[in-house]
Design a protein around this ligand. Structure first.
Ligand code: AMP
Ligand code: ZN
Length: 468
């Protein structure tokens, strides 16, 4: 039985989709004002694991992810500049150019990390008219009001507010230190639409003059448009629980009067060296930063799989070294199983299958599932074990059918220069059709304990007996 942890109920619950065999799922996507950092990417790996789990369980998925290309202010509340506007100014580009550049970079990261794109990816700027209509509806229904700098949601009209985070309205008001806008009915009311200041670049006509949408309304409008008033799963990082997702619930349910999401699933944060990631500390690494230091995106994916998605994960380069080495080791072990012609007993295989399924069905216990992968690799060499590992990889997404087998590379790396020279001489002899000399050199190479094999592209050399 598939169980997932639901932030809404704070329990692990049996998963049941609204429509049998189809899961409708929304994932908060990136704000495309800079490159995604490894923390952001941990959250998308988590989204990918949820998707892989659902597919493994036989569901089809209608997944929607937004691209936030407007409206996300520097602070998640309603203050600060729009992140897109500010990046455009800094780089002397238009917000559209900024959005395109970082959206493309984001897709490249997804591909490198083996993260399958959701079926529907939508841009906030393509839905501004729908957002305006939504805000109008909220005003008509008495949930929103206009003040001089925008339209705000009146939280006192939505008593359920705080259902996801457990925060009470009074606690939140007490937590707000400096109130920047005293026209608001409540300090904790949040913006649905902001009126554009004179220098604001991104702006649209609206019944309230030129302005731009609030970040929270985007996700409400796009999730409901593509998935309906009630859908199955909503994912995001834990930082979104107290503000962004509470606001989404308030907006959705104020209009629909229905529970908008059945399962809220949140991925925990990634820390760096035990602390917060921040630009000022220069520890917001990107995938390119990791690549420059000799790690692949899949080394990072593997690093993430070692922690449960609801545990904090501390990023260190020591940890990345270990991840890289373990992946290499996996490649070697898998290659040996793949070459074997021996079969493993079906019952043994089925027992492993069962344990694996139990692990992932228990709220996506991927670290435990990885443990099972390492256990099967200790079985006597067998092609069946290789095939089972590939079956498990439907969840891991580590491209196990293509992990570099570095056995050969390692031996080539250590081939003495004299042997390589002999091999080159032999190639030369062959090109000149001097096969007698070529054979003589081959046996000399062999006497030194190396094996040379001709391939269509040239030759490979390895230490004799090193490859099983
Ligand atoms: P943003 O582009 O800022 O909207 O963030 C994209 C996603 O990354 C959101 O789901 C955030 O919750 C998530 N996120 C941001 N920082 C971290 C972090 N340090 N660890 C894990 N997820 C994060
Ligand atoms: Zn969102």
């Amino acid at each position: 039985m598939l169980k997932v942890y639901n932030t809404l109920t704070r329990t692990k619950q049996e998963f049941k989709s609204i429509i049998p065999e189809l899961v409708c799922m929304y994932s908060c996507g990136p704000t495309v004002y800079s490159y995604a950092h490894i923390g952001n990417l941990r959250t998308y790996i988590f989204m990918d694991l949820v998707r892989r789990l659902l597919k493994f369980e036989g569901f089809k998925i209608k997944g929607v992810m937004n691209i936030t290309d407007v409206g996300h202010l520097m602070a998640d509340a309603d203050s600060g500049e729009d992140k897109m506007d500010s990046a455009a100014r800094e780089l002397n580009k238009t917000p559209i150019e900024i959005a395109e550049m970082y959206t493309d970079a984001f897709y490249i990261d997804l591909e490198k990390l083996n993260i399958e794109k959701p079926e529907i990816i939508v841009k906030a700027t393509d839905h501004v008219n729908e957002m305006i209509s939504y805000v109008e509806k909220l005003i008509q229904n008495g949930y929103a009001y206009e003040i001089s700098d925008g339209i705000y949601f009146d939280r006192s009209k939505f008593p359920k507010y705080g259902i996801l985070s457990g925060a009470k309205l009074d606690d939140q008001i007490a937590g707000i230190r400096v109130e920047v806008n005293n026209e608001k009915r409540h300090p904790a009311d949040f913006a649905l639409w902001k009126k554009a200041e004179p220098l604001h670049i991104m702006r649209w006509d609206s019944p309230w003059g030129e302005g731009y949408p609030g970040w929270h309304i985007e996700c409400s409008v796009m999730s409901q448009k593509y998935l309906g008033e009630t859908f199955d799963i909503h994912t995001g990082g834990v930082d979104h629980i107290p503000i962004h997702h509470e606001n989404e619930i308030a907006q959705n349910e104020a209009i629909s009067k229905k529970q908008s999401v059945n399962y809220w699933m949140h991925g925990e944060f990634m820390l760096v060296d035990g602390g917060k990631m921040s630009k000022s500390l220069k520890n917001t690494y990107t995938i390119s930063d990791l690549e420059e230091r000799g790690y692949s995106a899949l080394d990072f994916r593997y690093f993430c799989l070692n922690a449960h998605y609801r545990s904090k994960l501390n990023f260190t380069f020591v940890g990345m070294d270990a991840a890289k080495k373990t992946r290499e080791n996996l490649g070697q072990q898998l290659a040996k199983h793949k070459e074997s012609t021996i079969e493993t007993d079906k019952e043994i295989l089925n027992n492993y299958r069962k344990s694996f399924k139990e692990a992932i069905e228990d709220d996506l216990n991927v670290p435990l599932a990885l443990g099972i992968l390492f256990t099967i690799l200790k079985e006597p060499k067998s092609r069946c074990i290789y095939d089972l590992a590939i079956e498990f990889d439907a969840i891991f997404g580590l491209a196990l059918d293509n992990v570099p087998d570095l056995t050969q590379k390692k031996s080539e790396d250590t081939i003495p220069i004299e042997i390589l020279e002999l091999a080159n001489k032999r190639s030369f002899a062959k090109r000149n059709k001097d096969y007698v000399l070529a054979d003589k050199i081959r046996s000399e190479i062999s006497k030194n304990g190396y094996l040379i094999i001709d391939t269509k592209d040239g030759f490979t050399i390895s230490k004799e007996g090193e490859k099983e």
